[in-house]
Write a protein that binds this ligand. Structure first.
Ligand code: GSH
Length: 223
């Protein structure tokens, strides 16, 4: 299998966590931002990564979107499972996955790139890095007002995850699920931001544990 990705994307990290948990061997191809569209549009009709190319006869040529990739992997190799056997719990896990994907992953992106352009500039002050950060900020329309909204949304998300992860090792049910790997991946960029590291130590402990369970390299800030 081949995973098309941006190496730094938290959605691509989610796909790698799923592949790793299932111990599926795969290769990655890192695409160049901007030029990625030329490759992806004809393949998937979308412009976002991750995209998985199973490269297996009888399987789809390309699967776009991290949620669809996890679903495909689950049917391709059911064990160990990231889906829960209890129907109610599985529905809850999928709902959490969707909320994390659509709302919280975006909020993380806003807060992270705002930090990297301001207080976190010294992480990589090079012209190239700051240019990439500038392009991302422009592409997603990141500004002070929507970063404030994203920060508030993250506070609610972290309160919800704190209740769940402090009650149990798992966000839903009694085993690792798609909800856990989605939260671990999509919140991982916050590891570089001191206010989150200091305020939510339990979050980063759990992110590290989940990466270890999935055999995935730790994200920047936790290495
Ligand atoms: N819902 C999608 C979101 C993926 C996403 O937003 N990917 C970003 C990188 S973090 C991307 O590829 N952006 C490039 C673009 O939109 O052209 C998923 O779960 O795969």
């Amino acid at each position: 299998m081949l995973l098309l990705q941006f190496s730094t994307s938290h959605y691509c990290r989610k796909a790698r966590l799923a592949l790793g948990y299932k111990r599926i061997s795969y290769q990655v191809e890192n695409l160049t931002p901007g030029l990625h569209i030329l490759k992806l549009k004809p393949l998937t009709g979308l412009t976002t990564m991750p995209v998985l190319l199973p490269q297996i006869q009888g399987q789809p040529q390309a699967i776009a979107d991290s949620t669809q990739i996890v679903k495909f992997l689950e049917s391709y190799q059911p064990e160990p499972s990231l889906f829960l056997t209890n129907h109610e719990q599985q529905t809850e896990a999928l709902m959490l996955e969707d909320w994390l994907d659509e709302s919280i992953g975006t909020a993380t992106r806003f807060v992270y790139y705002h930090f990297r352009a301001g207080d976190g500039k010294q992480i990589d002050p090079s012209l190239f890095s700051q240019m990439v950060i500038g392009v991302v900020r422009k592409q997603y329309g990141i500004n002070d007002a929507n970063v404030k909204l994203a920060t508030d949304r993250l506070a609610i998300a972290l309160a919800e995850l704190s209740i769940r992860w402090q009650k149990s090792e798992y966000l839903v049910g009694e085993s690792l699920s798609v909800a856990d790997i989605t939260a671990a991946a999509l919140l991982s960029p916050l590891a570089l931001i001191p206010q989150y590291r200091q305020g939510y130590p339990w979050l980063f402990e759990r992110i590290v544990q989940i990466h270890q369970l999935c055999g995935e390299q730790l994200p920047p800030g936790l290495v």
